[in-house]
Design a binder for this molecule. Structure first.
Ligand code: DCP
Ligand code: MG
Ligand code: MN
Length: 361
């Protein structure tokens, strides 16, 4: 190798400068070493200003602001084309920070990256930053608990607690004791219904079946559970709850859904609870949907599509394919098939019934 003299900075110097800038950016992002940040960015600038090509790291010992340590880094860059230190630091710090931040319910990779770019590397720092929504703050408060899967027996206990609250609620609405069993139900779905030994959350389907109103049923169930000593924290509409507005859950045309975090009295950890309320005519479809798995649902929906149908948690409607994109289709609004059971839905689609425990694909 022979050193050349050019007016503009040689490519090697620019490469070296870029790598030192990355090192500087790292220390800036992590925010714990301002001195290194300044030192490395200064050296990067110097390298860009040199008019001769760096071919041997030792040449830099005569350049101001370069010491033995940075000369060693330059030597490594010239010899291997990369800094192992930078690679490991980036993989550990950034990956670790994003991994921790995205553990918070409601924080995805995009938000975590934005926060990381602002120097936030821990859940605690994110809470302090004031950048979190109310829902994210609830998620952050319990994020450690929510990393732990829920043993099957505890899912059973939570579903039982919801069922007890539903029965009490129906009683309070004037349903006589002997009629309560037929007046409504709370059914465990999700991974629990597929027979899994542990679950990520608890999915419960609610249904009122005696023709009485189900308006406000979820709110009343939650109030009852709170009164019974269950710790309850809302993820849905948290802002409204905090402002003291009516504690309404999201209500679409025919279903209400609630997402929250609860802990039963006598239990150690807080757990994610999803409640969904459907009218009796949708229930079999909702049960099929919320039993999953999501992969199983996808393949069943895909199959329905090949027959010209669209399958959802509400029913089966016509789906007419339109030009322009494979998912561009017009869906009917009328449920084509009434179904009281999942078996009937499989039958309508000409499929063999599949037991929940066989839907784990
Ligand atoms: N579901 C779906 N598509 C999604 C999300 C959910 O079809 N994108 C359906 C299938 C799931 C069910 O809702 O089985 C419940 O969703 P969960 O996220 O609670 O998933 P599971 O209960 O299956 O697993 P986990 O044990 O992680 O809660
Ligand atoms: Mg689940
Ligand atoms: Mn769920």
């Amino acid at each position: 190798c022979q050193s050349t003299t050019t007016k503009t900075a040689p490519a090697t110097n620019l490469f070296l400068a870029d790598e030192l800038d990355k090192l500087a950016a790292h220390y800036k992002a992590v925010g714990n070493d301002e001195w290194r940040y300044f030192a490395f960015s200064k050296q990067a600038k110097k390298l860009r200003d040199l008019t001769w090509e760096v071919t041997d790291a030792k040449q830099l010992l005569s350049v101001r602001s370069f010491g033995q340590k940075s000369v060693d880094k330059i030597a490594e860059l010239l010899a291997t084309g990369a800094l192992r230190r930078l690679e490991t630091m980036q993989s550990t710090d950034r990956a670790q920070a994003l991994a921790e931040l995205t553990k918070v319910h409601g924080v995805g990779c995009k938000i975590a990256s934005d926060w990381y770019a602002k120097g936030i590397t821990s859940v605690e720092a994110a809470v302090q930053s004031g950048l979190m929504t109310a829902t994210q703050r609830v998620g952050a408060r319990f994020y450690k608990d929510l990393q732990v899967r829920i043993p099957r027996a505890e899912v059973t206990a939570i579903v039982d607690a919801v069922r007890v609250a539903l029965r009490a609620t129906l009683g309070a609405r004037g349903v006589p004791a002997h009629a309560i069993d037929g007046a409504g139900d709370a059914t465990a779905s999700g991974s629990y219904r597929r027979g899994k030994p542990s679950s990520g959350d608890v999915d419960v389907l609610l249904c009122r079946r005696d023709g009485g109103s189900d308006e406000g049923l979820i709110e009343q169930i939650l109030e009852y559970m709170k009164a019974a000593g269950v710790s309850v924290h809302h993820l849905t509409h948290e802002e409204e709850v905090q402002r003291g507005r009516a504690q309404r859950s999201v209500r679409t045309a025919t279903c209400s859904s609630y997402r929250g975090i609860i802990r039963l009295p006598g239990y150690e950890l807080h757990r994610r609870l999803d409640l969904k309320l459907y009218p009796p005519e949708d229930f079999a479809y909702a049960l099929l949907y919320f039993t999953g798995s999501d992969h199983f649902n996808r393949s069943m929906r895909h199959y329905a599509k090949t027959l010209g149908y669209s399958l959802s948690d509400h029913g089966i409607v016509h789906a007419v394919k339109m030009a322009g994109g494979k998912d561009n289709c017009v869906r009917g609004t009328k449920n084509l098939f009434e179904a009281r059971t999942e078996q009937e839905i499989f039958e309508k689609l000409g499929l063999q019934y599949v037991e929940p425990s066989q839907r784990n694909t």
